[in-house]
Design a protein around this ligand. Structure first.
Ligand SMILES: [Fe+2]
Length: 586
């Protein structure tokens, strides 16, 4: 039985397909149309999912859409009366949702009535919760979803047992931890969709100097809940102005903070102005208050559910800094956050919701790796290399045995070279985890600046991530609980910080990926070889891209390699070196 999950007309549009409960494929549309956070109809992602399953659209049994227009209708109507422009926008969006069968028919040249699949509309946060719990290693767990807004709610919690979830409560618009983080990020001059993670990186450079004020911006009451101090915001008056629907554009957001926030905290930062102490402290306070609220909610959730394990989903679950402290700040002993915890993950959440909660099928699947996107054969990679400018521009091209590739690449990394590492199937979720990665030497204090100057062009306050052999985690980090999806930041042991300065953030933490041999034998092999050479079982890992979605196809990897000042490219069993003359002095 095939279930297709589709997250359409919403940020991070995506598709996923499961066959008899087993995940076959999951991918974001941005990897195909090359528009970051693309929000349209994910026809290429759906096509890839169907091809991976070896079926046509006509053979799909169920189609799961993570959006329920009837959810919280009362609240929607209440605000529709007060915000007519927002209401008009919503009506248009709902029109698009109602048209999903037609959009499918158009994309796949099939009459909508020939699609025999049953359609299911799954409420946004229930899909988020399902995306975490039903693929987790836990038979029972507490569940929390927190994001900006979906189906007019921002937060939902409950518990899961076997193949069932029980919803315990929810928080509706306009109260939202995601919108809190977005609004304050905007106030701090970070206005683009998806900029929140930059502010999370900046937070480590400041002090939480404004906590008293921020406790008015988000208020708690000791339970699993919170309220926004609405005077600081304007989204409840204007509606969250989002432009979601154009597949060819990254979504845009209107300003959500009010003049009152600027009155209380000082003028908002112009995005072009320098980042000063007040902004660093603002970011630190934003993060500190988020953590206070989140931990208070999780403690209350633990008291209600008495579970050992917690599954988190929604955009707030990407806050790896907060996630890394959950074991210290709450009684939870186990955590699971699936790699696409944000809205892309809704595609698998909706599909698994149908499989378990609606059809009552037993649990049988565990997501133990993140490699659910497109993969390419050695022949395809070789053809891409031959069709490119690599040879004519004098690059050295070697084809080696798998073991030799890891050895050669590890040597290059240890010699300070920047290596593009392209292997296997693309990662699901926003981070590269060793299949579409740029890998560098973590021992060099200047490697962060070199990477930024030569390839990534990111703000200096954003950290790079360490990938560590799973079996060596406790040697480098103060916690060793597995973190295969880079969803937690752990403190690097003080005595190890000098050994791996490049991916150690200014506050002494690292947003780590624990790499097991089972989950990714090739990447594990690379780190193992690097450890054999240097005695350090860690490499620096950043996504294979340059201000664009992570590369997906070999051709994109080659283009990115040629365009940037990367030294070496590994594609499957091929290793490509830039000609000496092309190297740029550091
Ligand atoms: Fe969401």
């Amino acid at each position: 039985m095939y279930i297709l999950g589709i997250n359409a007309y919403h940020g991070n549009s995506s598709a996923a397909i499961i066959a008899d409960g087993r995940l076959i494929a999951a991918v974001e549309e941005e990897r195909f149309n090359r528009v970051k956070y693309a929000a349209g109809f994910p026809s290429a992602a759906i096509r890839y999912c169907l091809d991976s399953a070896g079926i046509t659209l006509a053979e799909v049994d169920h189609i799961a859409i993570p959006r329920n227009p009837w959810a919280r209708l009362g609240t929607k109507l209440f605000y529709a009366v007060r915000m007519p422009s927002f209401a008009a926008e919503r009506v248009k969006v709902m029109g698009r949702f109602a048209g999903i069968p037609e959009a499918l028919g158009q994309s796949f040249e099939i009459a909508p009535e020939k699609i025999r699949a049953k359609y299911h509309r799954i409420e946004h946060h229930q899909a988020h919760l399902a995306s975490a719990f039903f693929v987790s290693p836990f038979d029972q767990a507490a569940l929390l979803s927190a994001d900006g807004l979906g189906d007019f709610a921002s937060t939902m919690w409950g518990s899961g047992q076997g193949n069932r979830m029980h919803i315990d409560g929810a928080i509706a618009f306009p109260h939202s931890l995601g919108l809190y983080y977005t609004a304050v990020s905007q106030y701090l001059g970070f206005r683009k969709f998806g900029d929140e993670y930059k502010v999370m990186g900046l937070a480590a450079y400041g002090e939480p100097a404004y906590l008293d004020e921020f406790r008015h911006i988000v208020r708690t009451n000791g339970g699993v809940g919170f309220r926004l101090g609405l005077r600081y915001f304007k989204h409840h008056r204007t509606g969250p102005e989002m432009t979601w629907r154009d597949a060819n554009k990254t979504p845009e957001l209107g300003a959500m903070f009010s003049n009152y926030m600027a009155e209380r905290l000082g003028p908002a930062r112009d995005p072009a102005a320098p980042v000063e102490k007040a902004h660093r402290d603002g970011a630190a306070t934003l993060q500190a208050r988020l953590e206070e609220v989140l931990f208070e909610m999780l403690r209350a959730l633990h008291a209600r559910t008495r579970q050992k394990a917690v599954c988190l989903a929604g955009g707030v679950a990407f806050n790896c800094v907060a996630n890394g402290k959950i074991f210290d700040q709450t009684p939870f002993e186990q955590i699971f956050v699936q790699p696409a915890a944000g809205d892309a993950g809704l595609a698998i959440g909706a599909a698994y919701f149908v499989h378990h909660q609606i059809l009552g099928q037993p649990r049988s699947f565990l997501m133990d790796h993140a490699y659910w996107g497109p993969g390419y054969s050695q022949e395809q990679m070789r053809a891409a290399v031959l069709a490119s400018r690599l040879q004519s521009e004098g690059h050295e091209i070697l084809e080696l045995h798998e073991k030799e590739i890891a050895k050669e690449a590890a040597k290059e990394i240890a010699a300070g070279k920047i290596v593009g590492w392209f292997q296997g199937r693309a990662e699901w979720g926003p981070c590269a985890r060793g299949n579409r990665s740029i890998v560098a030497d973590p021992r060099r204090p200047d490697m962060k600046d070199i990477l930024n100057a030569r390839i990534k062009h990111r703000e200096m306050f954003r950290p790079f991530a360490p990938s560590v052999l799973a079996e060596s985690t406790g040697e480098y980090f103060e916690k060793s609980y597995p973190c295969p999806f880079m969803t937690q930041a752990y403190t690097v042991r003080p005595e190890k910080r000098k050994e791996i300065p490049a991916p150690t953030h200014v506050d002494g933490t690292g947003r780590l990926q624990t790499v097991s041999r089972e989950a990714n034998p090739r990447y594990w092999g690379l780190i193992r070889e690097f450890a054999n050479l240097t005695g350090v079982a860690v490499v620096l890992n950043t996504s294979f891209n340059d201000n664009e979605p992570i590369v997906c196809r070999p051709e994109e990897a080659i283009e990115c390699f040629l365009r940037t000042k990367m030294d070496v490219l590994v594609l499957g069993d091929m290793l490509v070196r830039k000609p000496e003359s092309a190297e740029v002095p550091r």
